[in-house]
Design a protein around this ligand. Structure first.
Ligand code: ZN
Length: 115
């Protein structure tokens, strides 16, 4: 047995995982670069982002995903490829997308990785 549920059950009880298992869990969620913000939307985007907060904003009546579809140029690069080049140690990063150069700020997922 080597699926996401099994690995996460171990994570939740403080157990260790291998780097491959951690990467498997990370890649189970699709993450795509949304591309640069269209120049005409930059101000509005900052306002909207501040209103929506750290997450998608649904609980505050914002739909960031819908706004992204309108206000960003799109890219589609697999953000998991970038995410998985860093240790799974919970630290903050700001890195340019390898495809479009948009700087993406993120916190690495945290796993207790064995070996
Ligand atoms: Zn990109």
């Amino acid at each position: 047995m080597n699926d996401v549920d099994e690995i996460m059950a171990r994570v939740q009880t403080g157990g260790k995982v291998t780097h491959e298992e951690a990467e498997f869990v990370v890649r189970n969620v699709q993450r795509r670069c949304k591309g640069p913000i269209k120049p005409e939307y930059v101000d509005q985007y900052a306002e909207f982002r501040a209103g929506a907060g750290s997450f998608g904003g649904q609980e505050k009546g914002y739909d960031l995903a819908a706004f992204d579809a309108v206000a960003r140029l799109g890219c589609g690069a697999d953000f998991n490829d970038l995410l998985c080049t860093f240790p799974f140690d919970g630290t903050e990063h700001s890195e340019p997308c390898q495809n479009c150069g948009t700087v993406i700020s993120f916190r690495s997922p945290f796993f207790l990785v064995s070996g």
